[in-house]
Write a protein that binds this ligand. Structure first.
Ligand SMILES: Nc1ncnc2c1ncn2[C@@H]1O[C@H](COP(=O)(O)OP(=O)(O)OP(=O)(O)O)[C@@H](O)[C@H]1O
Ligand SMILES: [Mg+2]
Length: 354
């Protein structure tokens, strides 16, 4: 049996249904991210797991036990929020000790546990500081230590990094992942930052309007997006409108150029039907000697230097296709107006069906 189960979860606020038939199982020790745009129901699901919100239908099960009738403080769950929710009038030590004292732990055990937790987040030297005397990143590490101190069975993190600046965000997400793996704690992490979700998760749930569009490993979510929404939300993507030329041979056309797809077109498409294809910018290259069984010729409309890559846009029929080349010494970026041939592998073209 899975450690955390969300079965048939629905949530309505008045007439508005914000979570629709949500089903998912999470294994013990797994790190799962909920990724999706603002308002898609991520926080609401987290709050139902924690017990701050009651599902309109469905069950939350943790370690085989139905949680629906349990209050938040009976669920043994640790939570970290976006805003620094430390007690402002308490020191770091007292913040981390808070949950332990409430649980009735005796002072020497509390002190030992706080010391252990502050060691975990490398802030042992700041035990006597107050929250206002620390940076945002330090405060969030204390919030993490406070959440973990009572040894929760599940850790919930609601956009804990979104108020921090870019560099700290990256280092802290790696620290969170390392601590999570060290403790083996089952974790649900909410974010709307796709790079964050891709980089630290065992699995990602891509949410769209109260539903899960896709649940999968970062690799699968990125390389095999199940829907148009997932394809466009995760990573940069070219959406290319094409037409079916011959369904029997998987032949399609983009503008007036023919291509044979690797993925079968299926029996529902006929010659002349429209079709949406997706291609990642890193999948193609116009460099001399570029490899690939497929080619499209077009005219370069722009070329932007982005540092590590050069992103070039090329017009092929009515479609504009972006692709990236790694920066390298001696590289000559393509010139606007130049006619170029983009090579890629046919299997990199994904058919987007919904
Ligand atoms: N207590 C409430 N009463 C009424 N509507 C609510 C309540 N809480 C959330 N909602 C609505 O439910 C929807 C989902 O909200 P939720 O906070 O779960 O979104 P989210 O995915 O976490 O978004 P964000 O990325 O902006 O945090 C929103 O439309 C929100 O306005
Ligand atoms: Mg939210």
């Amino acid at each position: 049996m899975s450690f955390l189960e969300l079965a048939g979860i629905q949530k309505s606020f008045g007439p508005v249904q914000v979570v629709k038939d949500f089903d998912m199982t999470i294994e013990k020790g797994e790190f799962v991210s909920f990724l999706g745009p603002s308002g898609c129901g991520k926080t609401t699901i987290l709050r139902m797991i924690a017990g701050f919100e009651t599902p309109s239908a469905g069950t939350v099960i943790i370690n085989g036990r139905n949680q629906n009738e349990l209050k938040p403080n009976q669920r043994n769950i640790g939570m970290v929020f976006q805003a620094y929710a430390l007690f402002p009038n308490m020191t770091v030590h007292d913040n981390v000790a808070f949950g332990l004292k409430i649980a009735g732990m005796e002072k020497s055990a509390v002190d030992a546990r706080v010391k252990e937790m502050l060691g975990l987040i490398h802030l042992g030297h700041l035990a006597d500081r107050f929250p206002y005397q620390m940076s945002g990143g330090q405060q969030q590490r204390v919030a993490l230590a406070r959440a973990l101190a009572p040894k929760p069975q599940v850790l919930l993190l609601d956009e804990p990094l979104s108020a921090l600046d870019a560099k700290i965000r990256v280092s802290l997400r790696e620290e969170i992942r390392a601590i999570q793996q060290q403790l083996g704690i089952t974790t649900v992490f909410v974010t709307h930052d796709q790079e964050e979700a891709l980089s630290i998760s065992d699995r990602i749930v891509v949410m769209n309007g109260g539903r899960a569009d896709q649940i999968g490993t970062p690799f699968d979510i990125y390389n095999k997006p199940a829907t148009r929404f997932v394809a466009s939300f995760v990573g940069t993507l070219n959406m290319i409108e094409a037409r079916v030329a011959d369904p029997a041979t998987n032949r399609i056309t983009i503008g007036d150029q023919g291509i044979t797809l690797r993925e079968p077109l299926g029996s529902t498409l006929k010659a002349g039907d429209k079709l949406s294809l997706a291609l990642r910018p890193e999948a193609g290259s116009i460099a001399e000697g570029a490899k690939g069984d497929t080619a499209l010729t077009g005219t370069v409309v722009s070329s932007n230097f982005l540092g590590s890559v050069i992103r070039t846009r090329m017009k092929v029929g009515d479609a504009v296709i972006s692709f990236d080349m790694f920066n390298a010494p001696g590289l000559t970026p393509p010139a606007v107006g130049e006619v170029a041939t983009l090579r890629f592998t046919a299997s990199d073209l994904l058919i987007i069906r919904e």
